[in-house]
Design a protein around this ligand. Structure first.
Ligand SMILES: Nc1ncnc2c1ncn2[C@@H]1O[C@H](COP(=O)(O)OP(=O)(O)O)[C@@H](O)[C@H]1O
Ligand SMILES: [Mg+2]
Length: 374
């Protein structure tokens, strides 16, 4: 049968990669998968399967594409049917996500003898881990620029009720042609397939999707939230600034928070933003990508706002009945007053504080979501 033969050829190819003696012979005879995809080379090998670079030989110009093979390791027919149903549903969601210019377009998806395949647009470029290794770490303005570029796509993903779960430098590619950042390796499909496996054999470790070090504690405890992506993004920024992956950093033995400040010199404000992104308690992090964006956008206006009342004449103080709590204070003046208070408090302390500038319910980070809400 064609599909078995195709599968065999891909499996043979995979085995050949593990055996250097076979490698060159196999590369000369690149297999055609499903009469359509010529396998060029493997790009990566994760816990859930292998990612290949391939060419779609049915299209003019035989463009490159990426084939992600997901191996659910399921033996039971009923469970396989469930895995299939979820795969279908989630491939549709990935299909929707792919209409964003910073997410690879989903080109095809299919099942072949119990293994699931996603075919994606190939993004030519380097991932940020390689970029830092080759070009060295980044400075604060470049990391701020990185955040400006990546936050809109992360917001878009979250608006689709999807938690990425594996934000880290190797999963962000800078497109060679136009320099845009592209987010790859969406973990939810993998997780759902694994969860559909034999429940009696499910160990916590088999369900964990993400990367130790970049994943926050609640994700390791299998309760990821949208704020988990914000934590991983914070550690990604630290990697960009220091060139150090999380496991090379120390952690506060009491709070569990990352100790990164000694390696980088950033402004006090940016220090606070990063610190708040990486709070161990998800309730103390930014509640959403939008809130984080607002905090970054607000900074240039903080001084302006704080000073805007200083040109106004002081209130007459000889009126004993003048209770300030009774008098009208405009919203702008209230904001200015609270920013001045915040800045005064800030200046009077030695240690950086978490930022709490946008609203007083900033810490009510109550939303916890599963990856896909249908
Ligand atoms: N759409 C893509 N375009 C270009 N390269 C990709 C694409 N998807 C994956 N890759 C490359 O393949 C590697 C592995 O793919 P990824 O989706 O991250 O799977 P995993 O991390 O689970 O092995 C990535 O680090 C990246 O270098
Ligand atoms: Mg990856």
């Amino acid at each position: 049968m064609k599909s078995s033969a195709d599968l065999l050829s891909l499996d043979q190819y995979r085995r050949s990669q593990q055996s250097p003696s076979n490698l060159s012979r196999r590369m000369k005879r690149s297999p055609i998968f499903r009469d359509r995809y010529r396998i060029v080379r493997p790009l990566g090998r994760g816990g859930f399967g292998v990612t290949y670079l391939a060419q779609d030989i049915t299209l003019p110009g035989q463009p490159l594409c990426v084939i992600k093979q997901l191996c659910p390791k399921v033996s039971n027919e009923k469970i396989l049917a469930k895995a299939r149903e979820r795969f279908e549903r989630e491939a549709k969601i990935l299909g929707q996500l792919g209409s964003h210019s910073q997410i690879p377009r989903l080109l095809n998806y299919f099942e072949n003898e119990g293994e699931f395949y996603l075919v994606q647009e190939y993004v030519k470029g380097e991932n940020l881990a390689k970029e830092v290794k080759q070009q060295g770490s980044l400075k604060e303005p470049e990391v701020r620029q990185f955040l400006n570029e990546i936050l809109p796509v992360l917001d878009y993903v979250h608006q689709h009720r999807v938690i990425h779960r594996d934000i880290k430098p190797p999963n962000i590619i800078r497109c060679k042609s136009d320099g845009r950042l592209v987010l790859i390796d969406f973990g939810a499909v993998k997780e759902r397939i694994v969860q559909a496996g034999d429940q009696t054999h499910l160990a916590a470790s088999t369900q964990f999707v993400g990367t130790v070090g970049f994943a926050p504690p609640e994700q390791l405890a299998l309760r990821p939230t949208f704020a988990s992506d914000i934590y991983s993004l914070g550690l990604t920024c630290i990697y960009l600034l220091t060139g150090r992956p999380p496991l090379e950093l120390d952690y506060d033995s009491v709070t569990g928070e990352v100790l990164w400040q000694e390696f980088v010199d950033v402004s006090q404000y940016f220090d606070q933003v990063l610190t708040k992104m990486m709070r161990v308690n998800p309730r103390e992090r930014y509640r959403s990508v939008r809130e984080l964006k607002r905090a970054l956008e607000l900074e240039p206006h903080l001084n302006e706002l704080a000073n805007c009342m200083s040109t106004q004449p002081p209130k007459p103080s000889d009126d004993d009945d003048d209770d300030p709590s009774d008098s009208y204070v405009s919203p702008m003046a209230r904001t200015a007053r609270s920013i001045r208070g915040w800045k005064n408090r800030l200046n009077s302390r030695n240690h950086p504080l978490p930022i709490d500038i946008s609203s007083k319910d900033i810490s009510s980070n109550s939303y916890r979501d599963s990856s896909y809400v249908s």
